[in-house]
Structures are given as C-alpha cells and as structure tokens.
Design a protein around this ligand. Structure first.
Ligand code: NDP
Ligand code: HSE
Length: 460
C-alpha cells in the first residue's frame, strides 16, 4: 500500500513532471497560472518538484534547479507524491511509471500508446501499491470521456462507444470532403497547418485511433483489450472518388473507432467485444458527420442512459493539459483525504471477437462490362457467400474495347446488408476474379450507427 493516510491540510502535493513538450509545457503554464485556485480546490498547494526532459537547454523558460535529464532519479525522490508523464512512447515511460507506481506514487499520464499496449501491468502495479492511475488525456484530449465511462456510467451497461478520436485524419477527410481534394493534397495541407506530424503514419494508418479504441473498450466493457486486439485500417486508400460516392448517397466518410458489445449467438457463442478502426461511410444525418476539422466526438450508448455524445478538442497542448490537470486535481484530492480514486476493472473478461466474425455492411464500387447476365453473375457471388444485397445502383459509361469488340462499361455500386466481415471479404475477392468485372474500385464499410442510410433507400 502507498501508506497515504489523510495529509494535514496545506501540506504541498509535490509533482514530478516527465516531459515538457507540447503538453508538458502547457501543464507547467496552467500549474503556475492557476496555482491559487488549484490549491483552493484541492485543499493543498501543488508544487513542481522537478521536470525531466531530454535537452534541458531547450527549456530556458524553466528554473534551472527544476530541470533534470534523470527521470528515474526524479521519481525516486522521497519528496515526490505524484508523477505526471507526458513523454510518450513505450520506453522509458513504462519502466518509469512502473517504478513510480510500485513505490506508491500516483501517476497521471497521457500516454495512449503505453496504456493500449500494457495498461494491465500498470493497473496491477497501481492496485498492488494502492496508488492512483489516471489517464483522461490519453483519449480525445480535452474531452471528459474516460471518467464518465469509469464513474458516471458505472451503474449502467454500455453497449457501444463509437466515434472520431483522431483529429489529424478527421482534418484530412474533412478537407477532402469540403474541397474535393485528393488524399495527398489534403495531407499536405494538414502538415502545413501543423495538424499532421512529419511522419504521419501513426495517425493516417489508424494506429493512434486503435490505441484509443483499446482504452475505450477496456473501460466500457470491463475487459482488458490491447491495441493488438483492435482491427485497424487507416485512410491512405480513401480517394476523392470515394468521398464523391459517399456524397451521392447523402453520406460522408469518417475514420471511426468502434467498440461494441456483441451479444452471444443462438449457437452458444459467448457474448464478446469488438474493437475496430476503419474509414466508414456514415449518413450525413448522423451527428458524427457534422464533426469537422481536427475535432473529436464520441457516441456512447448504454442500456439505461441511451445515447450520449461527447464533443470537443481532441489534441493540442492546452486542451490536453486541461485533461492532465483535471486528473492531477483528482489524484491530489485523494491524497489530501487519504484515499484512492475508483479503479478500473476487467472482471468481465469478455473474449475479443475476430474481425472476420464481426457483422458489417459494405459499399462496393465496381467497373463492369455492361452486358446481359453480368448483374446476375455478380449477384451470384454475393449469394454464394451468403451476403444479402440491400441496394444496387448502376451508372452507365462510354464504349470501351473488349476482346476486339465494342462493349459498354458501367459502374456498379452494391450496398449490402450486414454480414460477417469474412464473408464480405471473400465476396470481394471472388468478384475480382470475374471476367465481367474490370476492377473493384473501392470497398468501404457502411456504419449507420443506429440510423438508416436513408438515401440508399435501405434500412440497416
Ligand atoms: P512532445 O514530443 O512535444 O514532448 C515530449 C517531451 O518528453 C519533451 O519535453 C522531451 O524532452 C521529453 N522526453 C522525451 N524523451 C525523454 C526521456 N527519455 N526522458 C525525459 N524526457 C523525455 O510530446 P507531446 O507533448 O505532444 O505528447 C506527450 C504525450 O501526450 C504523448 O504520450 C502523446 O501521445 C500524448 N498526447 C499528446 C497530444 C498532443 O496533442 N500533443 C494529445 C493527446 C495526448 P525535450 O523537450 O528535451 O525534447
Ligand atoms: N495525433 C493525435 C490526433 C493527437 O491527431 O488526434 C491526439 O491524440
């Protein structure tokens, strides 16, 4: 146990800050600017015991006496009560936080990558010593989301958490939608404006959102879900034509993180959890469709509460520092009264459903020969794989030569009803092998998130 009984009112809470970059710099600013108010809210002043960075010369704004490059020594100091980690990445953050927790020091972290990879080890260390482990800033920046899942909704049964949790990709997709730009141009604009990093792969390949999905699913379903459990597809393959095709259906494309409780099946399949990230077509009528630019928004559905939506700034120094400070205040209050905050739990231990067994809908766009029997042969492939077609739309093309003859080419869009992802993938593979199919232009999932995709004229 950490042995923290109630502290005398007014005994300062001493904080070791690990990292002083985009987020850490704002944490320092807010701690200084709001020192008196924070002390009043907590019942004790909060003091910085030290700040660990890699390159102290880059931080002339901080008193020299506070700076160190030895983060391990800083957290080992006996005058440190709380460790705030905003370094990022797996190591050395993992080793440092485990050391802190083992010695009973409470931890506040924004490190989604570490939590999604090895949150269980951190939580076990916190449980063993009785320290707090808070990480509100790790998902959706400033938006209060994890505490509502862990505390406000603790009496309810959450069925789905789905939303836009990556600002960079939402900025890119929004720019493509607004201007008709291609992916490369939109990424260039995102980089120029400082939204995308020099190496944007963690964002555009979906890994950042997958880490967040793992954290959300773990909390919502009381089950340990890691980043490796999350099916992950990014937005590199989304084209201007995909965006236009979605717009023609009164829909738009968003990179979604979807965490769902999947009920058990009639054949005795157990209840399970699905966690997945991919670009999906959603109806424009859905509130998530209106979330533009670098903003985040998350829909939570619970049996008794119904639908809840959380919206705001998902990144940036000050918004993220707001969430870090909120956690720091919570941890400090616990220290003042001598207790521990609510812990997360993984008692349900639900299995994670493999993506192939998750039911989704598809929007498949094909270039086909426009002659008798083509539609039947395409429909036959769907039927053979047990995938029910919800709608088919054909737009005619010009004359193109085929085997020396002249033949019409057409574009066919097929929207399916829900079917196991593996069946849909097998269908697409079979379609690619058909003589009459010149090419499968795009394959996108359709997520109506509880609302029918009305422009298609098909209920989910
Ligand atoms: P930055 O890269 O801006 O800052 C990282 C800081 O960590 C720097 O001050 C750096 O030192 C320091 N650092 C790196 N390695 C070490 C080390 N070995 N020992 C001591 N200090 C070290 O990162 P961000 O502030 O952007 O992100 C921090 C965390 O917050 C990450 O986990 C990130 O995922 C998360 N986060 C960030 C958001 C954002 O909008 N930026 C939003 C939500 C979460 P130096 O300054 O000397 O280089
Ligand atoms: N790179 C992330 C984003 C930062 O674009 O949303 C917040 O985690």
């Amino acid at each position: 146990m950490n042995g923290n009984g109630p502290r005398g009112n007014g005994t300062p809470i001493r904080v070791a800050l690990l990292g002083c970059g985009t987020v850490g710099g704002e944490v320092v600013r807010l701690l200084n600017e709001q020192a008196d108010e924070l002390a009043a809210r907590i019942g004790a002043p909060v003091e910085l015991a030290g700040v660990a960075v890699r390159r102290p010369h880059k931080h002339p704004e901080l008193p020299e006496g506070l700076l160190t490059t030895d983060a391990a020594a800083l957290i080992g100091r006996t005058d440190v009560d709380v460790v705030v980690e905003v370094i990022g990445g797996i190591e050395p953050a993992r080793t440092l936080l485990l050391e802190a927790l083992k010695s009973g020091k409470s931890v506040v972290t924004a490190n989604k990558m570490l939590l999604a990879e090895d949150g269980a080890t951190l939580a076990e260390a916190a449980d063993a010593s009785g320290a707090d482990l808070y990480y509100e800033a790790s998902v959706a920046g400033a938006i209060p989301l994890l505490r509502p899942l862990r505390e406000s909704l603790a009496g309810d049964r959450i069925t789905r958490v789905a939303g836009i949790v990556n600002g960079t990709t939402n900025f890119i997709l929004s720019a493509m939608t607004a201007s008709g730009a291609g992916y490369a141009d939109a990424l260039e604009e995102a980089t120029r404006l400082g939204y995308a990093e020099a190496d944007p792969s963690a964002d555009v390949d979906g890994y950042d959102a997958a880490s967040k999905a793992a954290i959300l699913a773990s909390l919502a379903f009381h089950t340990r879900v890691t980043a490796a459990d999350v099916h992950c597809e990014g937005i590199r393959g989304v084209t201007a034509a995909d965006i236009a095709a979605a717009a023609a259906l009164d829909c738009t494309i968003k990179l979604l993180a979807i965490c769902e409780r999947v009920p058990g099946g009639p054949q005795g399949d157990p209840e399970s959890v699905s966690a997945r990230v991919y670009p999906a077509i959603i109806p424009r009528s859905h509130p998530l469709a209106a979330v533009d630019g670098a903003f985040n928004a998350v829909f939570v559905e619970a049996e008794a509460a119904g639908q809840l939506m959380f919206y705001g700034q998902g990144a940036g120094g000050a918004p993220t520092a707001s969430a870090v400070l909120g956690d720091l205040v919570a941890v400090a209050r616990n220290l003042v009264v001598g207790g521990r905050g609510p812990r997360e739990s993984s008692y349900a231990s639900l299995p994670v459903r493999p993506m192939g067994a998750v039911s989704t809908r598809y929007h498949v766009s094909l270039e086909v020969a426009d002659r008798a029997g083509v539609l039947a042969s395409i429909a036959g492939e769907f039927a053979r794989k047990g995938v029910s077609i919800a709608a088919v739309r054909q737009t005619g093309g010009g004359q193109i030569p085929l085997n020396g003859e002249s033949e019409d080419e057409a574009r066919l869009v097929v929207v399916t009803h829900g079917a196991p992802d593996a069946a849909l993938a097998a269908t697409v593979e079979a379609l690619s092998g058909l003589d009459a199919v010149r090419g499968v232009d795009s394959v996108l999932r359709v997520e109506d998130l509880g609302r029918s995709v009305s422009a298609l004229g098909v209920p989910g």
